[in-house]
Design a protein around this ligand. Structure first.
Ligand code: 8YV
Length: 312
């Protein structure tokens, strides 16, 4: 018997094909009236497949009375009603670790880009401005101070790359990480004050909302750069726009925003910010690995009763 699985939001075509081979999958986004559909059919589903992007709110989970497992594509969990699932004893699988390298690579790409003015100088060349004179001088990366805000799996991967650039690395985290080979700073402000480059790698959600405040940006200062590959909610976006416009920080590289995919117009007019459309894990290799783990979690739970990578 094939398990009936509800799919919330599209996944990679290759993953959808794999899912369809093993399960009886229903695409929720194709329903004109999802609420009415779930009221009539919600009881049929034992599994829910979703993603960090589309999540699963309390209403969706409650509309599936026989739900046994959730498997999510992505490492962020702030879009999933984790408490609701917990209360019902429904375990949630997610896809940590497989994306660490690509996310860290992109953080470094953004860091080097904004410090050296790569996309800014690309625009300069395309405008024909090189024919009129040299591009401005930029800022050295190697040997500088790297502050990592959030020393989880991705934060550590970013930190490790800093050693290859001969950087001193420090971090701030909810609590000190016992085996971390880097100095701990007691607050985000203290880390920002120390760092030349502040990379945000915390989880999203209520606990980290606007952790990077106007005060943190002022502590980073006019020579400091901010890089964010975690969630837009971690930064007070309006404060960041003001800080960039007034050159109270040197620049920023952002892969995430408060209201994705809508990016504030004010950013577009600024040359000292590199704007990326949430692509840090978006390589063929990593997205496939994330998809494979999403399917493997589902299969593992339905066959053995245990997820491979459950959220803690
Ligand atoms: C994905 C992510 O882009 O894993 C996450 O939490 O933010 C990204 O890797 C995407 O959000 C998955 O749906």
């Amino acid at each position: 018997m094939s398990f009936r699985i509800l799919q919330n939001g599209r996944l990679l075509p290759s993953i959808e094909t794999t899912l369809a081979q093993d399960f009886d999958v229903h695409p929720l986004w194709q329903e004109a009236d999802p609420t009415a559909y779930l009221a009539a059919h919600g009881h049929e589903f034992v599994g829910l497949v979703t993603s960090a992007r589309f999540g699963a709110d309390a209403q969706l989970i409650q509309s599936l009375p026989n739900l046994k497992v959730i498997s999510s594509f992505g490492v962020g969990c702030e879009t999933i009603a984790v408490e609701t699932a917990k209360q019902r004893g429904i375990p949630i699988g997610y896809t940590p670790d497989v994306l660490n390298d690509c996310v860290a690579d992109l953080a470094w790409g953004g860091l080097i880009d904004v410090a050296r003015g790569m996309t800014e100088s690309d625009r300069f060349l395309r405008r024909g401005d090189w024919l009129k004179g040299q591009f401005r001088l930029s800022t050295r990366v190697s040997g500088k101070r790297l502050g990592v805000l959030g020393l989880g799996r991705i934060g550590r991967t970013i930190a490790k790359r800093g050693l290859g650039f001969d950087m001193e690395v420090r971090y701030h985290n909810r609590s000190p990480v016992p085996d971390a080979p880097y100095a701990f700073e007691a607050s985000a402000i203290a880390l920002a004050r120390w760092a030349d480059f502040l990379v945000v790698a915390t989880a999203g959600g209520a606990q980290t909302n606007h952790l990077v405040s106007a005060e943190v940006l002022d502590a980073l200062g006019p020579q400091g750069y901010l890089i964010n590959i975690s969630r837009g909610s971690v930064i007070d976006e309006q404060a960041l726009i003001t800080a960039l416009a007034q050159h109270r920080i040197a620049g920023a590289a952002l892969d995430v925003y408060e209201k994705e995919p809508v990016v504030p117009e004010a950013f577009l007019a600024l040359d000292n910010v590199v704007l990326l459309p949430h692509i840090s894990s978006a390589t063929h290799e990593t997205r496939q690995a994330m998809g494979d783990l999403t399917v493997a979690n589902l299969k593992s739970f339905l066959q053995t009763g245990a997820l491979i990578t459950p959220i803690p």
